[in-house]
Design a protein. Structure first.
Length: 413
């Protein structure tokens, strides 16, 4: 069993070799040798993590039995909190751990440090559609070809092998992937965001070509905007139905503290659903709003909490839901940074929990499901929620200060 002492011993061993004589570092050769050694060590460590995850999954499946929830999802929650990563990243690692159990020769290369985790992950991803017997054949064929390959080349080789072994499985995978369609938004810098669309290649290509052709036609007709600007603004106009991309008619929430609102300070303003923007960009949004679509929300100078009254009903009404989502910003499960989809009672309503902002938390769909699985327990201590996993480990989740400079007990002069 690993302990903190053992972990410290490993860290000391990794850092033990210190170059006192700089002549040893000629042309950086020794540095590169160290990088190679550390890379191999990281592969072995990742492999050990996968082995422990697979064993945990086997134990959890036995403990939960049939009809008591999804053991895989329960393990994903455990791994996410233990590693302080989101459930999606944890799900990827759990998938790798379970996939390697079907591919012992690939797993051996990984555990020996011969191949890195991205290569192992690529091979597992490509072979997930194979049955047990075909997986054995695949494992024997692909493993000898993996040393020295990049993840992209390994994925291509694995894909070819899967098609060769089972054409029908390859077709099923293609159908599954083409059905996995989604639109995602990612904040970028300085008030800019990225809209990402995943769907059938021919549909995405047709959409891109239509935007590109339209933009180049307008440019040829004298439009002074760049092709990129025309494409982006045309996309917004066609999706929203607006005559102009600047004529936003949906509510935009800006969280601002009093000094910034009064022009006495220059602290960042929070655009709900996006993140911090400069006060100048905030002013521009307000100045160009075509109607009262900008809602400014003030924060408490003591702890940064929103100054919103909370109704008491069985279900969270719209003002309380907006309050919870603006306060929590992202999923409140420790380590998760997914978008909030559900408004959850920390203390279940069926057990007497009140429908108030204090007893509410924002969760993504996956975290909400994990919270309800056998062995999981969530309680609150003031504004902090405590998550206890089936193994007895506890993790705390503090609501983020809506404006980071607003700290409890901190008053500006």
């Amino acid at each position: 069993m690993f302990t903190e002492i053992a972990t410290e011993d490993v860290l000391r061993a990794v850092r033990a070799h210190d170059f006192e004589d700089e002549s040893e570092l000629s042309f950086g050769a020794a540095r590169i040798d160290a990088l190679v050694a550390l890379e191999r060590l990281s592969r072995v460590v990742s492999s050990e993590q996968a082995r422990h995850i697979a064993a945990l999954h086997e134990s959890r499946a036995e403990d939960m039995g049939i009809g008591r929830g999804d053991p895989t999802l329960s393990v994903i929650g455990e791994v996410a909190m233990a590693r302080n990563i989101g459930p999606s990243a944890a799900g990827t690692q759990v998938g790798l751990a379970l996939g390697l159990k079907r591919l012992p020769r690939v797993a051996e290369l990984f555990s020996d440090g011969v191949i890195p985790q991205p290569v192992a992950q690529a091979v597992v991803n490509e072979s997930v559609c194979l049955d047990v017997d075909d997986s054995i054949v695949f494992d024997g064929e692909i493993a000898p070809r993996l040393p020295g390959l990049t993840a992209k080349k390994a994925a291509k080789a694995a894909r070819r092998e899967v098609v060769r072994i089972d054409v029908e499985a390859a077709r099923a995978r293609a159908e599954r992937n083409r059905a996995d369609q989604r639109v995602s938004m990612f904040p970028d810098t300085d008030g800019v965001a990225i809209l990402q669309v995943r769907g059938p290649a021919e549909q995405i290509l047709a959409s891109y070509n239509a935007l590109d052709s339209w933009a180049r036609g307008l440019r040829s007709a004298g439009d002074e905007r760049t092709v990129g600007q025309i494409m982006a603004q045309t996309l917004v106009e066609r999706v929203t139905g607006l005559a102009s991309a600047d004529a936003i008619d949906v509510e935009i929430q800006l969280v601002v503290d009093a000094p910034t609102l009064l022009g006495q300070d220059g602290e960042p303003v929070d655009l709900v659903g996006y993140g911090p923007i400069s006060p100048d960009v905030s002013d521009d949004l307000i100045a160009h709003a075509p109607n009262p679509s900008i809602r400014r929300l003030l924060t408490d100078p003591i702890d940064g909490a929103l100054l919103v009254r909370e109704p008491r009903r069985r279900r969270f009404d719209s003002p309380t839901r907006r309050h919870i989502r603006t306060r929590d910003r992202i999923c409140r499960m420790p380590g998760c940074d997914a978008t909030i989809r559900d408004d959850d009672h920390i203390h279940d309503h069926s057990l007497g929990g009140l429908t108030t902002a204090d007893n509410g938390q924002g969760l993504c769909k996956r975290s909400h499901t994990i919270k309800s699985l056998p062995g999981w327990k969530v309680t609150s201590q003031g504004k902090t929620t405590i998550w206890q996993t089936p193994t007895g480990h506890t993790y705390r989740s503090d609501p983020p200060s809506v404006l980071p400079r607003s700290q409890p007990g901190h008053l500006r002069q």
